[in-house]
Every structure is written in C-alpha cells, then in structure tokens.
Write a protein that binds this ligand. Structure first.
Ligand SMILES: [Zn+2]
Ligand SMILES: [Zn+2]
Length: 390
C-alpha cells in the first residue's frame, strides 16, 4: 500500500491522518511501538504517524527531553506539551517557535524565593498560540505571575494555577506541617490588598482583565483562612497519638522560620511534647505503619467541618460570583477547598477523640488533584447565576 501525493486513486492525506489518529487514540498510554506498523507503510504515512504521536508530548526528565528534542521536526508537531518548569528554563524546547495549544508545567522544583526569577525566565518564551495554560505545584500565586500571564497569553481560554499539590499527607504530621509552612496555600490575608475573600477575588479578576477569551479559571488555593490548617495540625496531630509525637525519622528535629526575630519570641521554633510510655522509649514506627499516625486534612475532620465548613463554602460561592462579574467570558470557576465533600457536616461525630470523619475513602481529600470546588456560571440578559457543581 502506498499513498503518492496528488494521485486521486489514493486516500487524501487528511483522511489518512484521521485514520492514524483513530488508531493511536485507542492505545493508552501510547507506546512508541504503537506506530511501528504504520511507519512501515510509506514515508508519508510514517510522517503522519509521527506527527500524530508527538502531538501530545509529556516529558518530565531533562535527559529524555534533550533526546526527544533531537528528533527532526518534532517542535512543529507538538500541540500539547506537559513538562517541568526546569526543562523550560534550560531552553530544551524552543517554545516560542512551537504551535502549542496547551502547556502544562510542573513547578515543584521551584523554591518560593526563586519563583520570580523563574517566571521572568520562562514567560518570554511562551508562544502566543496558547489557549490552555496549567501551572501546578507552585509555591504561591504572585502578582508578577498574574501580570505576566495577562500580558503574554492573550488567547487563553483555560487557565489553571495551583499550589495545593505541594501539600502531602503521605508521610507524618511533622512533614505535613513543614510542607504547609513552605507554601502560600491560603492567600487570604497574605497582604492588605487581599485581606478578605472578596478582595482576593477582585484582585485576581483585576489582573486577568485582558484575557477576554478566558472561559475556565482554576485557582488551586484555599479561600479559607490559613489558620484553619495550622490549628488543625496543632489540635489534632497529638490527640490521635495520645501525646506521642511520631515522626518519619527518629532524629531530633524541629522546624522554624528562616529568619529569627530579635526578641526571640515570635517565630521561635515550636517544640512538640513528647511523652514516653510507661514501658520505656517508644519505638519509632515505619512510615505510616501505625494506624492513626498518618496525618489527615481538615476535609476529613469533623471539628474543622463544623467550625469552618459552611462559612468557607459560602465564601467560595461569593468569590466565584465576583470573578464572574468582572471576567465576562468566564463559564467555569474552580477553587481548591477543604470543604468540598458531598457529605453533610451533620453526619459527622464531632467528639474530640473521634474527630476524624469515618466515611467512604471516595470523599477523602486528594491534594495531588487540586481538590477542586467547581462553580458553573450561567449568564442571562441582566443577571448572572453561579452554582456549585461539587
Ligand atoms: Zn481539624
Ligand atoms: Zn515525615
């Protein structure tokens, strides 16, 4: 079988391309071997198969990115790129030359202090063709970041900026606390221009005004107060462990702010109680080996739900409405939320020693996926309607 160009007896290249995409679309994840048979048909089909295969590229290791970039013409084939900000900083791919429709950057390697430098380094390379931009595992969402997006990505229809993936409950309470201190997961009150939920929403809307095509906006931060997580960790990490502090290692360790204060009071390292059992030293268990030592989030805590759940859900709805009013093309808004479960707070047992929500794991927080509260926007002639979908 061959497909010479211009010969009417054979299928047009466009039809062949659709067939190839159909064939590749069925194999997930797509192994490179999936195009082996196609590449043997003819030079033209091989070219179409390679173009279809590399139209979606996901590469998160620098060495692999360098090797892939050696493939001739690959930059003209990629339409959806998922990679890390580190790879973009190293200029492995000439982004500005690519016809990218969507770009997803994992920013986990960027410490908070160098976020501004990274933004100034990578944003000038972004192509104008982008309609979807996703930055995950950010240390915080800064004014500079919003400014650069509004200035350079004018065709965006979808924008996702997310911080909460950096929080993880995979280890112990101490690690959970350390992670929460290194990022700005709950920006309300972080500065005077955003000291209320309404002001924060208006601030975001103000920066993003120039994105007149923006339909879906996902902000991966919590609109609840940052003290919710802090109090949750302070109040519950010891209750469940009967005042034993169980860490992931047996070393002597504590956490503290980078800069000590002069009087030594505020910002003083917080030392936890460590009570030994009557039988002698408590053996430090393996990670997560003891039931109850694994940290859990306010989403899974009846006391947090009761104290903050309803108020936070109202704030999220109000903030979504603010964005809908200011950004006229918006159809969908998402916030990260501790209180996004469909389970009603009234079902929970709020007793202090039984403060963890006993429920189906399907309702448990999954911070790696943003833990989204989703709001749909419907626009009439004179009114806007916003309602919570999750
Ligand atoms: Zn709690
Ligand atoms: Zn740990």
């Amino acid at each position: 079988m061959a497909f010479p160009a211009g010969d009417s007896k054979f299928l047009p290249a466009e039809i062949v391309e659709v067939i190839v995409q159909e064939v590749l679309g069925r194999s997930q994840p797509r192994a490179f071997s999936s195009i082996a048979a196609l590449s043997l048909v003819s030079r033209q089909v091989r070219h179409i198969a390679l173009r279809a295969y590399f139209s979606k590229l996901s590469v998160h290791r620098l060495i692999r990115a360098s090797r892939i970039n050696d493939i001739r013409n690959i930059c003209s084939w990629v339409r959806h790129l998922s990679t890390t900000i580190q790879i973009v900083e190293k200029n492995v791919f000439p982004l500005y030359k690519m016809n990218l429709g969507s770009l997803e950057l994992d920013c986990e390697s960027v410490p908070a202090f160098s976020l501004a430098a990274s933004i100034l380094l990578v944003f000038p390379h972004f192509p104008e063709t982008l309609v979807s931009l996703k930055l995950t595992s950010l240390p915080r969402i800064t004014h500079l970041l919003l400014e650069e997006i509004a200035r350079r990505c004018l065709n965006l229809r979808e924008l996702e900026l997310s911080v909460v993936q950096r929080l993880s409950t995979d280890c112990c309470w101490a690690c959970f606390e350390d992670l929460s201190c290194c990022i700005e997961h709950s920006p309300v009150g972080s500065d005077p221009s955003s000291n209320t939920v309404g002001k924060l929403a208006m601030l975001y809307a103000g920066y993003l005004q120039s994105l007149v095509k923006l339909q879906c906006l996902s902000m991966g931060v919590f609109l609840s107060s940052p003290t919710i997580l802090k109090d949750h960790i302070d109040n519950h990490s010891l209750v469940r462990e009967d005042n034993q502090f169980i860490g992931c290692t047996s070393d002597d360790s504590f956490s503290a702010p980078h800069t000590p204060t002069i009087d030594g009071q505020e910002g003083r390292p917080r030392v936890r109680l460590y009570r030994k059992s009557a039988g002698g030293d408590i053996a430090i268990p393996e990670k997560g080996a003891v039931i109850g030592c694994r940290p859990y989030t306010p989403s899974e805590c009846a006391l947090c739900w009761e104290a903050h759940g309803l108020r936070t859900r109202e704030d999220e709805l109000m903030a979504a409405m603010r964005l809908a009013q200011d950004l006229r093309s918006l159809e969908l808004v998402r916030w990260s939320s501790w209180f996004n479960s469909k389970i009603a707070p009234g079902w929970l047992d709020p007793s202090p020693m039984n403060d963890r929500v006993v429920k189906d794991r399907s309702g448990v927080a999954d911070l790696r996926h943003g833990q989204w509260a989703t709001f749909e926007i419907q626009r009439g002639e004179r009114r806007i309607k916003v309602w919570r979908r999750t």
